[in-house]
Design a protein around this ligand. Structure first.
Ligand SMILES: Cc1cc2nc3c(=O)[nH]c(=O)nc-3n(C[C@H](O)[C@H](O)[C@H](O)COP(=O)(O)OP(=O)(O)OC[C@H]3O[C@@H](n4cnc5c(N)ncnc54)[C@H](O)[C@@H]3O)c2cc1C
Length: 413
């Protein structure tokens, strides 16, 4: 690398972790206080020529937290998918993005293989630093199927029609966080539609490391909305039926032999797997999560300063949340910048460690939020407003990362 050569940072995944990393890095490399940092920098900031290259399968930022409401409201859905080209904060010559699928990372040669979505051609890209921020591979209805905004708007709109035409109501199968939020948003948005949530265990959120009072609060919040909750019942079979008026519906057979009729079924039970198939196996644990140290670096064969990971795909403590992903993304930016300072400019680096975190959650259930943190469990409309605002946190994320502000700094290389 010559002194004038730009450092290329490849970021896979342009959502909470990836965008936070990109924008914090853009600030730092332009000798600015990083937007994600609450403490002033303790060193003299130095300009670093950088090229930030974001690759994502989607054509924009999708606010995943908003999925349950996006599938319930035609008004809401278009607001939570913003094409990368329409995000002013990314409008800087040092930032590039491409809609594509990251196929392979060769961490020895620091080279990536990317399948470009538009041309359907694969190409190789060399990088200096790599950040894995591709999260989990989730199935519908936890995420929309579409990868482009236009198709997504059609997909969510068609789903709202399906809900409105579901004469026998909607059944959500699976009472994890996603199932609870989907049932809550559907009922809150369509109060006259019958919404039933079926869960195989005796408490909701049964696989989350949360106290019982938090799980009970989620149940109560759904009951406050008049969602019918059936616990301790596994769905054994789902078959298509026609009712007396010739309308098609679905009949669910539960483990006690009882039947539930639905106009529409939403299965929120798929196990999410980390979206890490492009990485060498040696950097993954048995579940496919990326093994990292507290500097958020891969720990394959020691401490790799050129490969980092942030967000849902890392093997780390705490419940997978967007705040956690964002915080990790911001720290990876700090640590990449610090490493550049030390290797390129011989400046003593100050790395930021990411500490283990206890389980915390904020769950939107219609008009209320169930919150669990160090202060304990609470559930109310006030918590909803505080943690999610009026749009399931879209504006908070947008404002927090200053996505609406075009960077007013330029620096020639
Ligand atoms: C329905 C639902 C509701 C939720 N509600 C909340 C909530 O209320 N509060 C909360 O804190 N958290 C919530 N979460 C969890 C939160 O959304 C995640 O923790 C967060 O999205 C993690 O961010 P991330 O950046 O790690 O990954 P993601 O947001 O999953 O982003 C990963 C990105 O990588 C891209 N990608 C994946 N594979 C590839 C590849 N091979 N090549 C290129 N691009 C790729 C994807 O397109 C995506 O844009 C919810 C999740 C769901 C599904």
């Amino acid at each position: 690398m010559t002194v004038k050569e730009a450092v290329r940072v490849l970021i896979a995944g342009g959502a909470y972790a990836g965008i936070a990393a990109a924008l914090n890095l853009l600030d730092l490399c332009h000798a600015r206080q990083a937007r994600g940092s609450r403490v002033p920098a303790t060193y003299t900031p130095i300009f670093v020529p950088v090229e930030i290259y974001i690759v994502d399968e989607r054509d924009g930022y999708f606010h995943l937290i908003g999925t349950p409401l996006a599938f319930a409201s035609k008004e809401y859905a278009p607001n939570v998918w913003v094409k990368f080209e329409d995000i002013p904060a990314l409008n800087h010559p040092a930032v590039r993005w491409v809609q594509g699928n990251l196929k392979k990372i060769d961490s020895q040669d620091r080279q990536a293989v990317i399948l470009d979505s538009k041309s359907n051609q694969e190409y190789n890209l060399r990088y200096d630093y790599f950040l894995a921020a591709t999260g989990l591979r989730r199935a519908w209805p936890a995420v929309p199927v579409s990868l482009g905004r236009k198709e997504y708007v059609l997909e969510t709109s068609a789903h709202v029609d399906t809900v409105q035409n579901a004469g026998h109501g909607v059944v959500v199968v699976g009472g994890g966080a996603v199932g609870v939020e989907i049932a809550g948003e559907l009922k809150y948005t369509h109060p006259s539609t019958k919404v039933t949530l079926i869960h195989s265990r005796d408490t909701l959120l049964s696989s989350e490391p949360l106290p019982d009072d938090c799980k009970l609060a989620a149940l109560q919040a759904l009951r406050d909305l008049h969602v019918e909750v059936i616990l301790n019942q596994r769905v054994l079979q789902i078959r298509e039926i026609k009712d007396d008026q010739g309308k098609t519906g679905q009949e669910l057979t539960l483990q006690d032999g009882s039947k539930v009729i639905a106009g529409h079924v939403m299965p929120a039970i798929t196990k999410n797997v980390p979206a890490t198939s492009y990485l060498p196996e040696s950097v993954l644990d048995r579940d496919g999560m990326v093994k990292i140290n507290s500097l958020l670096r891969f720990v394959d064969e020691g401490n790799d300063p050129y490969h980092l990971a942030a967000g849902d795909l890392v093997a780390w403590s705490g419940i997978k949340r967007c705040g956690r992903a964002q915080a990790m993304g911001a720290r990876t930016a700090q640590n990449i910048y610090q490493h550049i300072l030390s290797t390129r400019y011989n400046i003593q680096s100050t790395y930021t460690e990411y500490q283990p975190i206890a389980p915390v959650i904020a769950l939107a259930v219609g008009n209320q939020a169930v919150v669990y943190d160090s202060k304990g469990t609470r559930c109310s409309e006030e918590q909803m407003e505080h943690f999610f605002g009026v749009d399931l946190g879209m504006q908070q994320f947008w404002d927090g990362l200053k996505l609406g502000e075009s960077p007013n700094y330029r620096h020639s290389l």
